[in-house]
Design a protein around this ligand. Structure first.
Ligand code: TYC
Length: 101
């Protein structure tokens, strides 16, 4: 009875997974002024003028551009705030989010 060893000798090593990061994506449209897009990128994502210009022009040329990656909550909050900044001015500016692979 008591000589049956049921104690596992296998070490259990809990795997701690990092939270998946989410991309904030800027989509092009035909109406939002370029300078306004740059202003929003600087204000909401802390970009400098060169970075903001680069991201704006990439979205303008290719249709979309990754702005930055954050945890899910932060990405969604920033995308919503940035989209709302455009809406407030009557522009169809759109930021979305997407999980990283
Ligand atoms: N395409 C817009 C224009 O020509 C500028 C623009 C760039 C708008 C990037 C959105 O994500 C965007 N006025």
């Amino acid at each position: 009875m008591n000589d049956v060893d049921t104690k596992s000798r296998t070490k259990v090593k809990p795997k701690i997974e990092r939270p998946r990061l989410h991309k904030v994506i800027l989509f092009n449209d035909d109406f939002t002024p370029r300078e306004f897009v740059v202003m929003v990128l600087k204000a909401e994502f802390g970009m400098n003028a060169d970075q903001a210009q680069q991201v704006m022009i990439t979205a303008h040329r290719r249709g979309a551009c990754v702005v930055a990656v954050f945890t899910k909550d932060v990405a969604e909050t920033k995308a919503t705030r940035a989209t709302d900044a455009g809406r407030k001015m009557g522009f169809p500016l759109l930021f979305g989010t997407e999980p990283e692979e």
